[in-house]
Design a protein around this ligand. Structure first.
Ligand code: HEM
Length: 199
């Protein structure tokens, strides 16, 4: 008899369409066609990682998930912004990020998971001369290896002793995080359309 799916397997399953939609929207930006397009994508990554920073450094979460603070890619994405000579984006989302409770684990799942897809993005970034040492640092694999680093996170999340309500909060947090990113993509698409129509 097969066992219960893990928390992570359920999260993946319940956010599959959310992931597909952000994946499609990112690809629609053609971020690796030019450095200009890449910079538009990088701004969104910066805003997301900056917004996530308080969750990565939260004391209670670091006690539950040792090493969490070191996982943040905010420093790397900030260096990428500097590499690209890009102004630091000042966008503020209307959507609040959970600052307490287990919903934060769902947000972290989305942010950590995005480093898996980043393997493909880093390869594509090479086509416009960007690397793990310049401009695309935040897409680089962790020194321990991308897969291993991810599996450590997966084990931590799967091992959390949570009640049913808390599990629902994790799931809601993950959906909210994808929604946050989708919203960034929509604002950026509108901004670009506006700029282009002004000629
Ligand atoms: C064009 C953009 C993207 C592509 C091509 C992409 C691709 C992928 C791929 C191939 C995986 C699975 C990797 C594996 O199993 O080894 C993955 C996982 C994941 N990605 Fe993306 N991704 C993109 C953007 C994003 C963004 C923007 C986010 C978050 C805002 C995100 C969140 C996740 C999450 C949470 C997972 C983990 C799924 C799981 O195994 O539980 N992805 N992505």
């Amino acid at each position: 008899m097969r066992g219960q799916p893990t928390r992570l397997a359920e999260l993946k399953q319940s956010t599959r369409t959310d992931h597909q939609s952000v994946d499609d929207m990112v690809m629609a930006m053609a971020p690796f066609d030019s450095r200009e397009n890449y910079t538009r994508f990088l701004r969104l990554q910066y805003i997301f990682h900056r917004a996530m920073r308080p969750l990565y450094v939260a004391d209670d979460l670091n006690q539950l998930m040792p090493g969490l603070a070191d996982r943040s890619r905010y420093a790397a994405v900030s260096k990428d912004i500097a590499d690209m000579g890009c102004e630091v984006p000042d966008f503020r989302s209307r959507q609040d990020i959970a600052q307490i409770g287990m919903a934060r684990v769902g947000w972290l799942y989305v942010c950590e998971g995005s480093s898996l897809g980043a393997a493909f993005l880093l390869k594509a970034a090479a086509g416009i001369g960007l690397t793990a040492d310049f401009g695309a640092r935040h897409l680089a694999a962790h020194a321990d290896g991308r897969g291993r680093h991810w599996r450590e996170f997966v084990d931590q999340v799967n091992s959390l002793a949570l009640g049913k309500n808390e599990d629902e909060m994790v799931r809601d947090g993950a959906c909210a995080a994808f929604e946050f990113f989708r919203n960034l993509l929509m604002v950026e698409a509108a901004r670009t359309a506006d700029t282009q129509s002004q000629g």
